[in-house]
Design a protein around this ligand. Structure first.
Ligand code: PLP
Length: 385
């Protein structure tokens, strides 16, 4: 089976992890801060906070922005459930904004229209989570401008997008957002097994997220609300979690980070090859915004169903039967039974639903060979006729 994505582990990664195993610190040592500094330097952010998953990063990001009961978080329906669940963790309500039919990212025009309505109804969002689907950046400048006008904060869910660029700057620079989140799950662009990171240029948000990831406990007298009892003293100043990344994970991440640009370049080369070779088939290839350089986490095609002799499901099954590990990213979040319970229905976001009816993720990962790509293309040809 050719999987839709997989990690690349090299000897340097193994050596880096082994060195930590033989060192004094397995957690809370020097490697996590080194990894954080390296990512912050790479993407041009002031602060980077490593955590045990992107889901945790989204949670502490929402809390740091003050999201809570009575507030609204908005995001795109075409994302992993974590982009929405982080709002529910905080006791906030979640709503969605339909996608742009060309980029599959949250549509700024749909956002503006929904904001106008929400303003009249007194239900403006406090936080918008902008997801860079497949690695292609959202129109984050437009979303940020709407945030300035309507008073919401912006989190970039860049789980797919580390190493990508927007307007010539790395995703994570935070020029148009409050916080950016990366995922280091093995199918993502670089991995720490499980792991994530929250980046920000705001000192107060960084300090808040730092506390929240480690029990809300501090040893810094400047952050304490009461006097210290002595040199052993630590204080819990708010209700935090244990979302810490281990030293082993950080060592793996630091080693992987050295190959980030190569990985993204290789993903883009494979994607360009798919683009060329799919041109003759009844599928829509991913449109790319000229101002962006995608991290290319996923390569999603849309079937032109009126031109092929198979349904979406039949084509998907035919590919799987031929050993092609295709996938579907994503089932619109609002149609999950859990979200239906909250009142959403299938027809709520038509562009997302149309996408879902046609989308298939083809295999794409940096160690994929052109011979494997040939296999995918041959299987696709046979599945579509
Ligand atoms: C993978 C992913 C997440 C969650 O990442 P974890 O590190 O697995 O918690 C969140 N959002 C998006 C868009 C993702 O693809």
């Amino acid at each position: 089976m050719i999987p839709y994505g997989r990690q690349d582990i090299q000897q340097a990664d193994i050596d880096a992890v082994m060195a930590v195993l033989q060192s004094d610190f397995l957690t809370q040592g020097p490697v996590v801060p080194r990894f954080e500094q390296a990512v912050a330097d790479k993407v041009g952010a002031r602060h980077a906070l490593a955590v045990n998953s992107a889901t945790s990063a989204l949670h502490v990001a929402c809390l740091a922005l003050g999201l809570g009961e009575g507030d609204w978080l908005w995001t795109s329906p075409i994302t992993f459930v974590a982009s929405a669940n982080c709002g529910l963790y905080c006791g906030a309500k979640v709503d969605f904004v339909d996608i742009d039919p060309r980029t599959y990212n949250l549509c700024p025009r749909a956002l503006e229209a929904k904001l106008e309505q929400a303003e009249r109804a007194g239900r403006l969002p406090k936080v918008v989570v902008a997801v860079h689907l497949c690695g292609q950046p959202c129109d984050i400048q437009a979303i940020h401008a709407l945030g300035q006008r309507y008073g919401f904060r912006v989190i970039e869910d860049a789980s797919h997008a580390i190493g990508g660029q927007y307007q010539g700057e790395y995703i994570g620079s935070g020029r148009y957002s409050d916080i950016t989140v990366f995922s280091f799950h093995p199918v993502k662009i670089i991995t720490t097994a499980e792991g994530g990171m929250a980046l920000t240029n705001d000192d107060a948000l960084a300090s808040r997220m730092d506390l929240l990831r480690s029990h809300g406990i501090t040893r810094d007298p400047a952050l304490m609300t009461h006097e210290t009892d002595g040199p052993w003293y630590y204080q819990q100043v708010e209700l935090g979690f244990n979302y810490r990344m281990t030293e082993l994970q950080a060592a793996l991440g630091l080693s992987q980070l050295e190959r980030l640009d190569d990985y993204v370049a290789r993903r883009n080369a494979l994607a360009a090859c798919y683009d060329d070779r799919l041109a003759a088939l009844p599928v829509t290839t991913p449109w790319q915004h000229p101002d962006s350089y995608s991290g290319r986490h996923l390569y999603v095609i849309r079937l032109q169903l009126d031109q092929i002799g198979a349904t979406h499901r039949q084509a998907f099954e035919a590919l799987r039967e031929q050993g092609i590990g295709v996938n579907l990213h994503y089932i619109p979040v609002h149609t999950q039974p859990y979200y239906r319970e909250l009142g959403f229905t299938t027809g709520d976001f038509p562009a997302s639903q149309a996408y879902y009816a046609e989308a298939i993720s083809l295999p794409l990962y940096p160690t994929m060979t052109y011979a494997q790509q040939d296999e995918v293309l041959a299987a696709l040809r046979s599945a579509l006729v």
